[in-house]
Design a binder for this molecule. Structure first.
Ligand code: UD2
Length: 332
């Protein structure tokens, strides 16, 4: 099927590979069918003026491509003057999901207000807020082409459940409302603010954000789920990067597949009475290890306010606020 925004979606049968995808314990949770999206080449408007690209001058302090040849997006690796007209011509829609349950509702205003200033400014954006307090959702003035919808969700006694249930609700949102309407979706933590440009350079089939806490570490110390009983298990010596649970996204079809798999794996773990070390973040890391992201966003796209800025971070685009867990979570 050829989509209107120039993406080709094809369906192929997975071949057996030497990974845990084919372990008997995962057969029930992974479909034999994988959706792969191929981006057709970008089409530039005629006579567009922008800075001359170079393949010898550019960022030398960071790695800008993974070993599987996915770009790693850092400031200085892309040109908005070139990218924006290309994507503008496609009349894209970008959805964002954000959960504000219990006391986390207090973070919503700053999240929404700063998204207006920095997140896909000038594009069609639809923010979906999931909350147990719809009446407390702040009224934030949104620019033309941008809208907000509120979805009611029950509150929970454990923060782990709220965090983990996001995959299920994201899957349902995509299946019920987004297919055919929105081209891309980003799933974001609410206890965060935008501080700088986050735009079309972040778009891709499957997009992961490098966690700011571990990007200089050896993978043996990543907080992956290390118990083989869990479907999120990654052994020492395995894995690529440690990705954030607080920001990920991509084409809606890809994110649907991710959410569906993580939700099912979480459920299978629950039946075995095991909860992955970092809930859906552990399942996301497991998924992204097998299903390599087609684009990786540097820690500029999810920093943490309590961390001092590192020299390679030229801009902070989105950052988690400092919070007192004991005060805001329903349980410790
Ligand atoms: C990390 C991840 C988070 C998630 C979690 C593991 C980052 C920056 N954060 O952060 O995404 O993977 O580990 O579960 O990567 N929420 C509520 N109400 C609650 C609790 C949580 O609405 O009572 C929502 C809210 O959108 C919040 C998100 O769940 O932003 C994640 O919860 P967190 O911020 O407490 O998780 P944290 O800081 O451990």
């Amino acid at each position: 099927m050829i989509r209107s925004n120039s993406w080709l979606v094809c369906v192929c049968v997975c071949l057996c590979v030497s990974c845990r995808v084919c372990d008997p314990c995962e057969l029930t949770v992974r479909s034999a069918v994988t959706i792969i999206t191929h981006e057709v080449h970008p089409v530039s408007p005629d006579h567009l003026k922008y800075k001359q690209p170079s393949i010898i001058n550019g960022r030398k302090d960071v790695v800008t491509v993974t070993p599987w040849l996915a770009p790693v997006v850092w400031e200085g690796t892309f040109d908005p003057d070139l990218l924006n007209p290309i994507y503008k011509a496609q009349n894209l829609s970008i959805a964002a999901s954000v959960f504000a349950v219990g006391k986390y509702i207090k973070f919503l205003r700053d999240f929404l207000e700063t998204a207006e200033l920095h997140f896909f400014v000038g594009f069609n954006v639809h923010i979906y807020v999931f909350t147990d307090q719809p009446k407390a959702v702040p009224q934030v003035k949104m620019a033309a082409g941008r809208q907000l919808s509120v979805r009611s969700v029950p509150s929970a006694k454990r923060w782990q459940e709220i965090s983990a249930r996001r995959m299920e609700l994201i899957q349902e949102l995509i299946e019920a409302e987004l297919h055919g309407n929105n081209d891309y979706i980003f799933c974001l933590d609410v206890d965060s603010k935008f501080h700088g440009h986050w735009g079309v350079e972040s778009l891709g089939g499957l997009v992961a954000v490098i966690h700011p806490g571990y990007y200089k570490d050896d993978r043996s110390v990543f907080p992956y789920e290390r118990r083989p009983l869990s479907t999120a298990y990654i052994a020492p010596g395995e894995g690529d990067f440690y990705y954030c649970g607080g920001a990920f996204g991509g084409h809606v079809g890809e994110v649907q597949q991710l959410a569906k798999t993580c939700r099912q794996n979480f459920r299978d773990d629950a039946e075995r009475e095991i909860e992955a070390a970092w809930q859906e973040e552990s399942h996301l890391n497991r998924y992204m290890w097998i299903n390599k992201p087609s684009k990786i966003l540097s820690p500029e796209y999810l920093w943490q306010d309590f961390k001092s800025r590192e020299p390679e971070i030229h801009i902070i685009r989105f950052s988690g606020v400092v919070k007192n867990y004991a005060e805001i979570r329903p349980n410790i």
